[in-house]
Design a protein around this ligand. Structure first.
Ligand SMILES: [Zn+2]
Ligand SMILES: [Zn+2]
Ligand SMILES: [Zn+2]
Length: 284
């Protein structure tokens, strides 16, 4: 499994920003962050944001076997519909559609955009790909396990709002006795999602730590460093994580004071749990 991107929407360096973190990231390009995406294996990807092609190129990964994308929500850092054009432009992938798993709320949102674009811009890459069947939209219910891509998958709801009618999904994947929760984007977990995941004793937890040292933002929409640790203790109470669960912090915004090392030091100093601040290219 590999982190293909670990940034929030603002990417690091932001080409239009000259703050100290962006200047530092320009001097050390490997410390840069593209927008969050996570590769489960050669056939299964989580999210498909605007950096998809750049991320696969940067890490030398081939997506020619891609079959499934699990979409957390339709915010533009996670969902870039024009990526669908890459499928119809591929010389080898034409015959095999990619299934996009998404919430029923996200499905409604995508279909509204589809109705608008297919009327006004029918030649758009995303519209042609949908019309040609290169992408199949597969809405999934919350809290009902389903099989996909060789995994048992459970989607749970969050308080992270993508729009007035859509909140983000988080996905729990299980295979060969191992389990992983991709908790991004999310704020503090809601009771019904904690109940659904209760007792799961995860092997791997990937949790967003968007705001780092910034404490002035709403933790029901995104977590900061202290909220990340608080959320871990709530997960522990519900037996969702174990003492030895491997935990990764991703979806890191740059509008706060911590670079990668400072964020990692914060976890070393403030929790005994096994937390790694993820970086682009990190392989689990
Ligand atoms: Zn995001
Ligand atoms: Zn900056
Ligand atoms: Zn979001």
């Amino acid at each position: 499994m590999q982190f293909l991107g670990t940034a929030a929407a603002d990417v690091l360096p932001n080409p239009l920003c000259n703050c100290p973190l962006c200047r530092q990231a320009r001097l050390h390009p490997t410390s840069g962050r593209l927008r969050s995406m996570f590769l489960l294996d050669s056939e299964n990807l989580i999210d498909c944001g605007p950096d998809l092609a750049a991320a696969f190129m940067r890490h030398g990964v081939n997506a020619a076997d891609l079959k499934n994308i699990f979409l957390t929500h339709t915010h533009e850092d996670h969902f870039c519909p024009s990526n669908a054009g890459l499928l119809t432009m591929s010389r080898t992938h034409k015959e095999t559609p990619v299934t996009l798993y998404l919430s029923e709320m996200a499905y409604e949102s995508v279909m509204r955009k589809y109705a608008l674009l297919s009327r006004e811009f029918p030649a758009a890459d995303s519209i042609e790909a949908l019309d040609k069947g290169a992408v199949i939209l597969h809405p999934v219910p919350v809290g009902v396990p389903f099989s996909a891509g060789g995994f048992e998958v459970l989607a749970v709801n969050t308080t992270h709002k993508a729009s007035a009618t859509e909140t983000a999904l988080n996905y729990c994947f299980a295979k060969d006795g191992k389990s992983l929760l991709y908790a991004c984007d999310t704020g503090y977990y809601i009771p019904e999602s904690l109940e659904l995941l209760k007792g799961s004793k995860l092997d791997y937890l990937i949790l967003e730590g968007t705001w780092g040292s910034e404490t002035g933002k709403d933790p029901t929409s995104h977590l900061n460093g202290p909220a990340f640790i608080e959320q871990l203790e709530i997960f522990a109470k519900y037996d969702i994580i174990r003492e030895d669960t491997k935990i990764y912090c991703t979806h890191i915004n740059h509008k706060h004071e911590w670079d990668h090392d400072a964020y990692q030091a914060f976890f070393h100093q403030n929790t005994r749990r096994n937390v790694t601040v993820a970086y682009d290219g990190l392989i689990i």
